[in-house]
Write a protein that binds this ligand. Sequence first.
Ligand code: NAD
Length: 253
Amino acid sequence: MMTQSFFALTGKVALVTGASRGLGQGMAIGLAEAGADVIGAGISEMSETREKIEALGRSFYEIKADLSEPGAAKQLVEKAVSEVGKIDILVNNAGIIRRTEAENFSDEDWNDVINVNLNSVFQICREVGNHMLENGSGRIINIASMLSFQGGLRVPAYTASKHAVAGLTKSLANEWGSRGINVNAIAPGYMETDNTEALRANEERNAYITSRIPKGQWGKPEDLKGPVIFLASEASSYVNGHVLCVDGGWMSS
Ligand code: NAD
């Protein structure tokens, strides 16, 4: 097989949550560059993502979904399958972060983070998983974090949710691996997006973080294109239940 076709996603449909900006936008564009049509789902409008994907000659479908709402995952997946016909690749990317020291962390912040970062991820995996099991194939890529391994500071709900996303990924990989579905995760390091704006605005934290990254710089959404194409494509057919760090070496330092 030629290397090119190993990574080709021609004819595939990818559902990417939170595709309006940041890492979700970068991965959606990467998947389209490899040949996939993309369904973007989320609360923010996605005209920029649409323009970039349509400029590549691929189709982009937008579905409004507030993943903090109960029942949103089921509705989203039903709508995606009825409008587009199928889902071959799922990227669970939408996520939020709330920063407060643990002793003052409110129930509201805790529940908001767990709802979006964990509950909706499981529910979308379950709904899309049923669809993929019927088709006998599929790729699920959950977005984990360095805080799937480490504790972080002032982000207890985020850390708990991202540790759980890593565990959920392995649990689903065990159940579905022999039935045609690979379930893996990408753990991005420190990436320049809205999610990390507060960290980058804090000069001292920014300098410390940057000094600990062996590559010497924060990552960018484009840095996830190659890894997500790999995990969505034929090239990774025997990779299952893995959490792939894309972190400029952070976990090694
Ligand atoms: P971002 O804030 O730029 O984008 C988040 C996306 O999720 C947006 O499209 C937003 O509209 C969507 N979203 C938020 N709440 C939603 C909801 N209730 N329903 C539907 N969509 C919703 O953040 P980002 O940095 O691009 O983060 C994307 C993912 O990567 C998140 O899961 C985040 O935890 C993870 N991550 C980010 C970093 C980083 O350094 N930026 C590092 C590790 C992991």
